[in-house]
Design a protein around this ligand. Structure first.
Ligand code: CMP
Length: 146
């Protein structure tokens, strides 16, 4: 199973990339694609199409396209549910301590990270950021212990 994770512009600007990726590695998940990129408006609109028309849609697009972000594909059994738990509630002010947003974010606008909310969303979102050939196959050396 695969999921899409974005470390949003505030995460990159605040130098939280290493700390965030470590959460996934430490949990036993596998990063199989990774890139630093500035998202263009067209792709941002596609990624957040489900939020079109909502009051925060325009500011969300401005924020996500404002500066570089890190996109990655994370793989592992039940990774969608596991990653969502690690990420925490959408609003950093309400996210539990110990989660990524709970530890590093205080609000809902700049909430540091995005993770696909279902398998269907992951299948829609991943191709917006990665060609299939950019998603690599390898084994973790500790796989038998996970
Ligand atoms: P994300 O998980 O990327 O999905 C949509 C994003 O919209 C969300 O994180 C927040 O960054 C942003 N957002 C801003 N306001 C809201 C809101 N009221 N409800 C949900 N998402 C919001």
């Amino acid at each position: 199973m695969r999921t899409l994770v974005l470390i949003k512009p505030d995460g990159v600007a605040r130098s939280k990339v290493g700390a965030i990726i470590s959460r996934f590695e430490d949990k036993g998940l596998k990063v199989t694609a990774l890139k630093l990129m500035k998202l263009d408006r067209e792709r941002a609109e596609k990624h957040y199409a489900v939020h079109k028309g909502k009051p925060f849609y325009e500011s969300l697009l401005n924020y996500i396209t404002s500066a570089p972000l890190v996109a990655m594909v994370v793989e592992g059994n039940n990774c969608i549910e596991i990653v969502r738990k690690l990420v925490g509630a959408t609003n950093g002010a309400k996210a539990e301590p110990g989660t990524i947003r709970g530890d590093f974010s205080t609000g809902i606008d700049c909430n540091l990270i995005h993770a696909s909310d279902s398998e269907e969303s992951a299948k829609y979102e991943i191709p917006i950021f990665f060609d299939e050939r950019e998603i690599l196959t390898y084994e973790r050396a500790d796989r038998d212990w996970l």
